[in-house]
Design a protein around this ligand. Structure first.
Ligand code: AMP
Ligand code: MG
Length: 331
């Protein structure tokens, strides 16, 4: 089912074609100043599911949404004074800001892995910004390599790693930095560095005039911020591999259904995929979890989903959602 791969050197025509493909929900790899990104329309659940399918990632992590400028990003993320200072100092550039997601943002729940926050960046590469302008929509773009392989800094790297899984590579020659963007979380009063990268902790601290806490190592950081900030869990308990309702044991459950699973006897049924399609289920996953998470039910039951293709990532996510809650944020 993979589309034939087109590799085009950058030109007006190539840009127009890449933008059209992205708007149509296809995957397009494009150069940024850090590495080649694997782009998809961040507002299209199915297109974003395609990123995870192509990369063969065994889990869903939130993806960075890319914009041509600060104002485009501000239509999806809430900027406070700190965010504006950092954007003014480092954009376009290798800095990603994690900010509260706006209620009216159209960015897919799968892009943000169900979180109330969104990671936004304005890349410094001219071709990337021209493409983002031409598309006119946020573009989710992790590095354009298969999970676990090295980050791609040329079109040839991308073709070797993902050639049979994507529609087009916009070839802009070798990328400059090769280092990923620095990720700064501004969703709390503290300024937390989630990932070191092209812009240093000191540079960020200097612009803001305050301390920057390291997520992984700093004792002052909130406990396990990785856990706190990057894993959405519903408020209701989650039960996996639910092959039958059992009200005595589990109370009134809402079922997230898949394929030919048993649906009879559950209080309500929401379909991840009627045909048992793992990609459709992945695209629906976070939106349906949010929809199911209503206090009128006692729990969320998840139908059995085979551990193949994107099923692996779905089951990984569901296992975390069903784990004990001490570390999870209260929304
Ligand atoms: P990559 O797409 O591989 O460059 O990595 C994206 C980075 O941004 C990862 O470290 C993510 O955990 C982080 N990230 C993206 N979105 C969010 C978010 N909404 N909240 C917290 N971290 C995020
Ligand atoms: Mg990567």
């Amino acid at each position: 089912m993979s589309p034939a791969l087109t590799i085009r050197p950058y030109s007006e025509g190539a840009l127009t074609q890449a933008a059209a493909k992205l708007r149509a929900g296809e995957l397009v790899a494009f150069p940024t100043e850090t590495v080649y990104g694997l782009g998809a329309d961040a507002t299209n659940d199915d297109a974003v599911a395609g990123i995870f399918a192509a990369k063969q990632r065994p889990s869903f992590n939130p993806l960075i949404s890319h914009f041509p400028d600060r104002d485009a990003a501000a239509r999806h993320a809430i900027f406070d004074a700190r965010a504006d200072k950092l954007a003014a100092a480092f954009w376009p550039g290798a800095l990603t800001l994690v900010l509260p997601k706006r209620d009216d943002s159209t960015v897919s729940h799968l892009t943000t892995a169900g979180l109330p926050s969104i990671a936004v960046r304005v890349p410094a590469h001219d071709m990337a910004r021209a493409l983002l302008r031409a598309v006119g929509r946020p573009i989710a773009a992790p590095s354009a390599n298969r999970s676990g392989r090295i980050s791609p800094t040329t079109a040839a790297h991308v073709a070797a790693s993902l050639g049979n899984a994507i529609g087009m590579i916009l070839d802009g020659g070798p990328c400059g930095v090769g280092l990923e963007s620095t990720v700064i979380d501004l969703t709390t009063d503290q300024v937390v560095m989630l990932r070191p990268g092209g812009i240093t902790r000191d540079q960020v601290a200097q612009v803001l005039g305050c301390d920057v806490v390291m997520a992984e190592t700093d004792d002052n950081a909130p406990k396990s911020p990785g856990m706190l900030t990057s894993h959405y869990a519903p408020g209701l308990p989650v039960r996996l591999n639910a092959d039958a309702p059992d009200q005595k044991k589990y109370g009134h459950e809402i079922l997230l259904a898949f394929g030919d699973c048993v649906t009879k006897g559950f209080d309500k049924v929401l379909w991840l995929s009627k045909t048992g399609d793992d990609r459709e289920a992945a695209a629906n996953l976070f939106a349906k979890l949010h929809e199911a998470d209503q206090p009128r039910f006692d729990g969320i039951a998840i139908a059995p989903i085979p551990d193949t293709g994107l099923g692996l990532a779905i089951n990984d996510r569901m296992k975390r959602a069903s784990a004990p809650r001490a570390l999870h944020p209260t929304p």
